[in-house]
Design a protein around this ligand. Structure first.
Ligand SMILES: NC(=O)c1ccc[n+]([C@@H]2O[C@H](COP(=O)([O-])OP(=O)(O)OC[C@H]3O[C@@H](n4cnc5c(N)ncnc54)[C@H](OP(=O)(O)O)[C@@H]3O)[C@@H](O)[C@H]2O)c1
Length: 227
């Protein structure tokens, strides 16, 4: 059975990834900050490891723990959205949450790739998928606000492009994926896509991706998004 590793899998989209891949019979390596408080994740039957993605030493230690394991899919899912709404509006944007956001949403996906590249290279058609957001698109930008989150997703899109350039020649397909506006803690109650629908679409994209898709930005419904 293929193996997927997903970060931030204790709730929201990460949990939905773990559930769906397990239901399909995959081996799921799921990480979260505190497995002791993640009963829903434990119930999926995934193999759970503690990981704060901003802790580079912990990423490397997990890489060592899983050293012999091939990874068919690595999903950089963990993310934060600090200073939503008026807290993050022009004239009012806080610095430390911005730095935290860059560490979580931008630097961690790169460090995960550096650490797990050898695991991915053990698989036949490895895919490195990073959950970005249309809110980071420059080509599609029209709305104000949320500069912390938006700029982090813009930056991680460039990270994915760089990974595609670095790792494409080695056979790793690198995707930037927008899940839609999804009903999770982050998406809030007004979102209109269920986690199940979003993850069904994202899993389809991951399953069907070819090297020609590497370094590209897709929504869960298959639409390509301008950078
Ligand atoms: N929901 C949407 O509408 C939407 C839209 C576009 C993109 N996205 C992206 O989709 C991804 C998942 O979002 P979601 O909606 O599932 O959000 P969520 O419900 O807020 O869940 C976020 C997950 O990330 C984890 N996380 C945050 N910081 C972490 C860290 N330092 N180390 C490890 N895990 C960490 C959280 O763990 P804790 O429980 O420990 O905090 C949680 O499991 C994010 O990258 C997000 O930006 C979501």
């Amino acid at each position: 059975m293929p193996t997927v590793l997903v970060t931030g899998a204790n709730r929201g989209l990460g949990l939905a990834f773990a559930r769906q891949y397990r239901a399909d019979g995959w081996d799921v390596i799921a990480t979260c900050r505190d497995p002791a408080t993640a009963p829903d994740l434990a119930a999926t039957g995934a193999e759970v490891h503690p990981l704060d993605v901003t802790d580079d030493a912990a990423i490397q230690a997990l890489g060592q723990t899983l050293a012999s394991r091939p990874l068919d899919v690595l999903i950089n899912n963990a993310g934060i959205y600090p200073a939503k709404g008026p807290q993050g509006s022009f004239g009012n944007v806080p610095v430390d949450p911005w730095i935290d956001c860059l560490r979580t949403n931008v630097i961690a996906p790169w460090k995960m790739a550096e650490t797990f590249v050898d695991h991915l290279l053990k698989a036949e058609r490895p895919v490195l998928a990073t959950i970005s957001s249309k809110m980071g698109s420059i080509g599609d930008a029209a709305s104000p606000g949320s500069v912390i989150y938006r700029s982090s997703k813009t930056a991680v899109n460039r990270v994915v492009k760089s990974l595609a350039i670095e790792l494409g020649p080695r056979g790793i397909i690198c995707l930037s994926l927008h899940p839609g506006w999804v009903l999770t803690d982050m998406g809030g109650p007004n979102a209109w896509v269920t986690p199940e629908t979003s993850i069904t679409g994202l899993r389809r994209l991951i399953a069907q991706a070819t090297p020609a898709d590497s370094g590209r930005f897709y929504a869960y419904d298959g639409q390509e998004i301008p950078w």
